[in-house]
Design a protein around this ligand. Structure first.
Ligand code: T5A
Length: 205
């Protein structure tokens, strides 16, 4: 039996990831699809402790990287892989691409090294679909409602994040679905439903 899909949501702060992930979970459940909605950082028992540290404590860039990776490893082994093995779809609000862009493009840490560390943290698990919500940083930050220390970074930092995501999406067009985050929410929801319907639900018939 093919494994249940892993769908990740990515974008700069305030892009609308959480809103769309919750919508897709509700939409799938309404069709009888079992769904585990989760997030990083914070999707495991360890992650619940790490999340406030990662979002609010001043950290050295390498210490920050290692904590995100520790969070990912526990989350992947304890939550994501077991759910998929039981046929449960996993929707994850941020995953390994966040580390590539925030700690790599944003903080300037070695990107090939982050790829290798991500491969260890994820047990080489790659998302079946990554929804990238793209919009100008200024528009997204104006929406973000839960301030954290990343939001206090410079506009240049956030623009590197946006550019990094777009570069990743260009390199893997089959994995990424890039949505224009300036569109009304209802339009975004409809585009996402259509993509998931065609890619997974119709394909499984
Ligand atoms: N991080 C994370 C790393 O540096 N490395 C890593 O490896 C990982 C995993 C996590 C932080 O950690 C960093 C990145 C982050 O800085 P977080 O709280 O999980 O922080 O993530 P944020 O991106 O900060 O989450 P936000 O909740 O701020 O943003 P969302 O989820 O993108 O946005 P959402 O859905 O909450 O929407 C924000 C508001 O906009 C409205 C919504 O109703 C909501 O009010 N909205 C729209 N309004 C108009 N039009 C639309 N299309 C809209 N879509 C949403």
């Amino acid at each position: 039996m093919p494994h249940a899909p892993l769908i990740t949501f990515e974008g700069v702060e305030g892009a609308g990831k959480t809103t769309l992930a919750h919508h897709l979970a509700d939409w799938l459940r309404a069709q009888g699809v079992p769904v585990r909605l989760t997030r990083e950082p914070g999707g495991s028992a360890l992650g619940a402790h790490l999340r406030p540290i990662l979002l609010h404590e001043p950290l050295d860039a390498w210490a920050e990287l290692f904590l995100f990776l520790a969070d990912r490893r526990q989350h992947t082994l304890q939550v994501i892989l077991p759910a998929r093995e039981h046929g449960v779809w996993v929707l994850c609000d941020r995953y390994a691409d966040s580390t590539l862009v925030y700690q790599g493009y944003g903080r300037g840490l070695d990107i090939p090294l982050i790829r290798r560390l991500n491969a260890i943290a994820t047990d080489n698990l790659a998302p079946d679909l990554t929804v990238l919500i793209d919009l100008p940083v200024e528009d997204a930050l104006a929406r973000a409602d839960a301030p954290n220390r990343f939001e206090a970074e410079t506009l240049a930092f956030h623009n590197r994040i946006r550019a990094g995501y777009l570069e990743l999406a260009r390199a893997e067009p089959n994995r990424f679905l890039v949505l224009d985050g300036l569109q009304p929410l209802e339009t975004l929801k409809a585009s996402l439903e259509q993509a998931v319907q065609e890619r997974f639900l119709d394909a499984g018939k």
